[in-house]
Design a binder for this molecule. Structure first.
Ligand SMILES: Nc1ncnc2c1ncn2[C@@H]1O[C@H](COP(=O)(O)OP(=O)(O)OP(=O)(O)O)[C@@H](O)[C@H]1O
Length: 753
């Protein structure tokens, strides 16, 4: 039989698999790896479409066999293999799986189990009816304890994600964070509400008793001797219990919802703050939609769990805490059947949880891809139309949407199947309680007065139990969301220099690169052993081949990236030692593709210099040659420019960005192709004003158009691999008859002198 996934090696915390469906399919490999990485407890996953190998790293406490099941399940979902075994007999545990945690329990538990089994056997064969019932109850309790213990172990293991090593708190406690007081308030109200509900159920049971038997003994003991007095008393009690249930339910629901909102707001603000301080390289390495998803859907899920399912869990717990002792005290002979569904349902939920982990991860990954593609296609509107590829884009979305729909359908199927199985179990148990309890009443071993009020109570509990599947479902989603948010929060923030402060007013602006080498991850070096000086108070230009590392130099100076070796110095101090904010306050930077925010022109010019006066804004715009076109707009500086400045031309956008940098008034200014989109005449005007602006500051101009830099004090001509091919003034470079001279000849159409 053909196989889809089989383990190649299994060592503690690490498994290698051969996975056929990823062979020669980079996209499938990517989706599988990303889906596996989403699963709580799996710290890393790589899939190689060339070799078909999948490497999974996981936390030490997650069992190797569980990881094996998850990998198979995810492969099955992605490959569409309905058997769920990868087409190959599934070994109970991958070949070299590590032994389960060695503890004394390995010896003690079997001994206890064998001893308990023998004792139970004797009681069943030789004991009385009562002892048989007690054995049944003991078995139910032991099964419940075992399954719940396993569930708890798993959830705590799953919570220890790689992002927070050493943090032993349960993820739910971590999610609640500082809102424990509200949680306690909400929990207290829920418990009170639950007690009222059980009281209401008991009163209704007593009402039945009065109607059938003519009296309810507990009420007679309260002095209500006649049936009509008891009914009247019960009416009052029922009304009071109803009012209490309604009031407490309202108050507790309000508290839970507020708790959910507080948690959501708190996590969103803290996570967004963290994201803002991430290293730029890290942020650029993450898909925007993925980050946005974590900040919206995932933090929403954290709050939603507390707004709903957490309350249900507590209500279920309270019902159990009240009903189990009540049954044990009053009707131990039917307690075992009333509570039999608990271990069964808990076990089913656990099994479902195993499957759901992989299902949700694959579904989530496919949805993320769909969302990302939708945004990409919408943003590329003009490109799509110009290439007439509307249908192609629609097909791409169709394909991704179908994939998401397919895995969503599978997830829904297994979730609904689980919920219905749980319902069947609880209903069967309800019927069993009625039959066995009824038989006990008939044969006189259970008094009707005791049985009557108890009949309705487990029903309430079991109805809640039937929602356990949904709660586990939500819990699973919450853990996965928590894990994704934590992974985002585990990305490193920018480290700050410790070499003292920088007084921006005193920065001279001398920049030096000293034997700098730098390569972007996985790429050949962008700069190799580069040394150059950018003197203070002068205009220096970088020109040369595309991809020769000009922008990279600016990024190293801004500390968007750090050099792999060598150093970048500002006024003789290594930029890595300076506080990033001080350094960036000292440098004005206009990027190749400047970003304009959705807002007015004035807001955009003022961005970062929020206290600047209107006059200062207009003056900066004049220096950037932006004023004439802004003044001609009907709303002038108050004109709204749309997302990314969509309502402006490329050249207009550049001038707004230039005005923003001018307003910043920094001692060092870097212009990276800052005027590449403006016409020659406007650029000449900008250069004239910039010459005045540059008089007392250091200016680094990166440009392809040589007319932009011909007046620079020094020009560096860069060549591939980040090396300086030539340097000098415009005239000196022309006289060299080298690379610069030929570029000039090409652009200006005039030969070098
Ligand atoms: N974020 C990035 N990740 C990986 N590689 C990058 C990244 N940015 C730039 N590179 C690579 O580094 C090299 C230098 O790029 P850089 O942008 O510094 O060149 P440039 O001289 O400014 O080019 P251009 O004149 O076209 O703007 C190029 O090979 C480029 O592909």
């Amino acid at each position: 039989m053909e196989w889809n996934a089989r383990p190649r090696s299994v060592t503690p915390g690490r498994q290698r698999w051969d996975v056929k469906p990823v062979l020669g399919r980079p996209r499938t490999a990517e989706v599988l790896a990303a889906a596996l990485r989403r699963i709580p407890g799996i710290t890393d996953a790589q899939a190689n479409p060339v070799t078909g190998g999948v490497l999974v790293r996981h936390e030490a406490r997650v069992h190797a066999a569980d990881v094996g099941r998850i990998v198979r399940r995810a492969v099955t979902l992605i490959a569409g293999d309905p058997t769920g075994t990868g087409g190959r007999p599934t070994p109970a545990r991958p070949a070299a799986a590590p032994a389960p945690r060695a503890d004394r329990g390995l010896v003690v538990r079997p001994v206890l189990a064998v001893g308990g089994g023998v004792a139970a056997g004797i009681a069943l064969v030789k004991g009385s009816a009562r002892s048989r019932q007690l054995v049944a109850l003991g078995a139910v309790t032991a099964a419940t304890a075992t399954v719940l213990r396993k569930a708890w172990d798993r959830t705590t293991d799953a919570s220890r994600n790689a992002a927070r090593p050493g943090d032993e708190r349960h993820p739910l406690l971590e999610i609640v964070g500082p809102h424990r007081r509200r949680l306690s308030r909400a929990a207290a109200l829920s418990i009170a509400c639950q007690v009222s509900e059980i009281a209401l159920g008991t009163f209704l049971g007593w009402t039945g008793l009065v109607l059938i038997k003519g009296e309810a003994a507990p009420l007679a003991r309260l002095g209500l001797t006649t049936a009509s007095a008891q009914l009247l008393g019960l009416a009052g009690l029922v009304a009071a219990a109803c009012a209490a249930v309604a009031g407490l339910s309202y108050a507790s629901n309000l508290q839970w919802r507020r708790l959910g909102q507080d948690i959501e707001h708190d996590w969103r603000s803290r996570t967004y703050r963290h994201v803002q301080h991430l290293e730029l390289g890290q942020l650029e390495g993450e898909r925007t939609t993925r980050v946005a998803g974590a900040l919206t859907d995932d933090v929403g899920q954290l709050g939603a769990f507390f707004a709903g399912p957490a309350n249900e869990v507590l209500q279920l717990g309270t019902s159990l805490a009240l009903l189990v002792p009540a049954f044990l005290l009053l009707a131990p002979q039917i307690a075992w059947i009333a509570f039999l569904p608990i271990p069964v349902v808990a076990w089913l939920s656990l099994r479902h949880q195993d499957k759901a982990a992989a299902d949700y991860a694959v579904t989530g990954e496919r949805r993320a891809r769909l969302g990302s593609q939708v945004i990409n296609s919408l943003e590329a509107g003009a490109t799509v139309k110009s290439f007439c590829t509307e249908d192609h884009e629609a097909e791409r979305i169709d394909e991704l949407s179908e994939a998401a729909q397919e895995s969503g359908r599978r997830t829904d199927r297994s979730t609904i199947r689980h919920a219905e199985t749980v319902r069947a179990c609880t209903t069967a148990s309800m019927a069993g309680t009625l039959l066995i309890g009824g038989r006990s009443v008939l044969n006189g071993t259970l008094r009707f007065e005791v049985f009557s009020p108890l009949i309705g109570l487990p029903q309430m509990l079991l109805m809640r139990m039937s929602r356990l599947g949904g709660i586990v479902d939500q819990y699973q989603r919450t853990l996965a969301s928590h894990d994704r948010v934590q992974r985002l929060r585990a990305l490193p923030v920018e480290a700050d220099g410790t070499g003292g402060t920088v007084d921006v007013g005193k920065v001279r602006g001398e920049i030096a690169l000293d034997h700098v080498s730098f390569a972007y991850p996985g790429r050949t070096p962008a700069l190799e052993n580069l040394s150059m000086t950018i003197p203070a108070g002068q205009v220096t230009a970088l020109v040369g081949a595309t991809g020769s590392g000009k922008t990279t130099i600016a990024r190293l100076l801004m500390r968007f990236q750090d050099a792999d070796s060598g150093s970048v110095l500002l006024d003789g101090r290594d930029v890595r030692e300076l506080p990033r904010h001080h350094l960036r306050h000292a440098v004005g930077f206009v990027a190749q593709d400047p970003f304009l925010f959705d807002g007015t022109i004035a807001d955009n010019i003022r961005y970062g210099s929020f206290d600047a006066s209107d006059e200062a804004v207009v003056e900066a715009a004049m220096r950037a040659e932006a004023h004439p076109f802004v003044a001609a707009l009907p709303d002038g500086y108050e004109t709204l420019i749309g997302e990314r400045g969509a309502a402006l031309s490329g050249g207009q956008r550049q001038r707004i960005a230039l005005a923003r940098a001018i307003l910043k008034d920094a001692p060092v200014v870097i212009l990276d192709e800052a005027t590449s989109a403006v016409d020659n005449e406007t650029e000449a005007a900008i250069q004239r004003t910039l010459r005045v602006f540059a008089a007392d500051r250091t200016m680094l101009i990166i440009a392809h158009r040589l007319s932009t830099v011909r007046h620079a004090d020094r020009i560096y001509v860069m060549d591939q691999g980040g090396v300086v091919a030539e340097q000098g003034t415009h005239d000196e470079l022309l006289a060299q008859h080298g690379l610069y001279a030929s570029l000039w000849q090409l652009q200006a159409g005039e030969p070098a002198a």
